[in-house]
Design a protein around this ligand. Structure first.
Ligand code: GSH
Length: 199
């Protein structure tokens, strides 16, 4: 059995979206993070960081939303959400998978906190550079790897949905708005949104 430990209106969303893209059975276990349930020993055994999301899949335990999305793409090759090992497309695929946690998230944090950091020191360069790079990558589309929707779009699509629409950290740009609209048009995104809204 596959169990997603999650909470609504959190980074759990991208893992819900990914699970809905795959379409295999899973169950959800809601962790009431507002009541401190993430600190209970039973959950800490799954994610010692005391954060959602986390996934238990048989004997496998995975925390970190990006790792969960990557794990699920590989666990379900039949869903076709990751280029196969040895496929040259895997280069850019992995780049965007890691770009989310390594560049987009810290760039958002820098913007929100107003911290100044040199572009050589910051692994993400700067907030503006991260957005310019995404803008260029999304100029052609429809997806990051061209015609093929992959788990990397779940990562970057959820980042942009979060940054542009939900938290307004990012100024809208035509490429971002068109990409977010394409993501939101996906039935799996809509199912995940409905689950998230229902709590
Ligand atoms: N790097 C983690 C971040 C997870 C995270 O920060 N989760 C938040 C919700 S978005 C959380 O569980 N907060 C509860 C807490 O920190 O007590 C990931 O991508 O999964």
């Amino acid at each position: 059995m596959t169990t997603l430990y999650w909470a609504p209106q959190t980074r759990s969303f991208r893992t819900l979206w990914m699970l809905e893209e795959i379409g295999a059975p899973y169950e959800r276990m809601r962790i009431d993070i507002r009541a401190g349930a993430q600190a209970e020993p039973s959950f800490r055994a799954i994610n010692p960081m005391m954060k959602v999301p986390a996934l238990v899949d048989g004997a496998a335990m995975v925390a970190e939303s990006g790792a969960i999305v990557a794990y699920l793409a590989e666990r379900h090759p039949e869903a076709g959400l990751a280029p196969a090992l040895g496929d040259a497309a895997r280069g850019r695929y992995l780049q965007w998978m890691f770009f989310s946690g390594g560049c987009v998230e810290p760039a958002y944090a820098q913007k929100v906190t107003g911290q100044s950091l040199g572009t050589s020191t910051a692994g993400w360069g700067s907030f503006d550079r991260v957005l310019d790079v995404l803008d260029a990558a999304l100029a052609t589309g429809p997806w990051l790897l061209g015609d093929r929707f992959t788990a990397a779009d779940v990562m970057i699509g959820s980042d942009l949905h979060f940054g542009v629409e939900l938290f307004k950290i990012v100024e809208p740009r035509p490429s971002f708005e068109a990409y977010i609209a394409r993501c939101k048009a996906r039935p799996a995104f809509q199912r995940a949104e409905a689950i998230d809204a229902a709590g």
